[in-house]
Design a protein around this ligand. Structure first.
Ligand SMILES: *Cc1c(COP(=O)(O)O)cnc(C)c1O
Length: 240
């Protein structure tokens, strides 16, 4: 263990985990929800010792953003966490992660999904994916425009080695610093997708990935089933 991961730092992280788990339960209760909301620890820039500590303390689902950083760190993770890829993914990098993650949240084009399908077939697996939606329709952001979603979700069924599990978004904040209206829109797209695909075994739409450190409780009130928390768990990121 490095000096940086001192006991006091670890006890702060243990406290963060406990508090966030409690807040998730409170937000569910307030929304009258009894279904599951998964907590994901977002590990970018976090030392692997710290990540392992969080896994031991119950954060058994991890989100990775960067291919190279993940490949460098993954052998040091203890406790066999479930890992999802959540960052921007270039098609030429899919082959490096295909057999190392359980889900890809950032599927945002047919080209990328075709590559995931091809690499999954080579690996003899079916990869679970979420389609990333550009819910704020921002030109500078990645993700599929809401108007294009129906067409893309229909196309996904034609790929034999990917299975669509739902949707993901990183919404903008409005002038009041709130993402609530975008969470609401995402929930509507999600339930539409569920009803459109129900009974079709090529789909299993059960995951709505939205909500981060600053807004996960609001996201849960609007139907999120998976919240992605980085700084709220591990502290402010130090880029080096
Ligand atoms: C960094 C990141 C998060 C976590 O952000 P925090 O505000 O630190 O909780 C969640 N999702 C994605 C895609 C991210 O890149």
């Amino acid at each position: 263990m490095t000096e940086r991961s001192s006991d006091s730092k670890l006890s702060v992280i243990a406290g963060n985990i406990k508090r966030i788990e409690e807040n998730i339960e409170k937000a569910k209760l307030a929304a009258g929800r009894t279904d599951a909301v998964r907590l994901m620890g977002v590990t970018k820039t976090v030392d692997p010792e710290i990540v392992s500590f969080s896994v031991r303390n119950g954060v058994t689902l991890l989100g990775e953003n960067r291919v190279q950083e993940f490949l460098d760190k993954r052998d040091k993770y203890e406790g066999q966490p479930e890992v999802h890829f959540i960052g921007g993914l270039q098609t030429n990098k899919v082959k490096y992660i295909i057999d190392k993650v359980k889900m890809i949240h950032s599927a945002n084009s047919e080209k990328l999904i075709a590559e995931i399908d091809k690499r999954a077939a080579n690996a003899g697996i079916t990869m679970d994916i979420l389609i990333e939606v550009n819910i704020g329709e921002e030109e500078s952001k990645s993700g599929v425009m809401p108007a294009m979603l129906d067409e893309l979700t229909a196309r996904v069924a034609e790929f034999g080695n990917v299975r669509l599990r739902g949707l993901m978004a990183i919404p903008p904040v409005d002038v009041n610093g709130s993402s609530e209206k975008y969470f609401e829109k995402m929930y509507r797209l999600f339930t539409d997708l569920q009803s459109r695909t129900s009974g079709d075994s090529r789909y299993m739409i059960d995951t709505l990935s939205m909500g981060m450190s600053g807004d996960y409780e609001a996201a849960i009130r609007h139907g999120s089933t998976l919240v992605r928390i980085g700084s709220g768990l591990y502290g402010q990121r130090i880029y080096r």
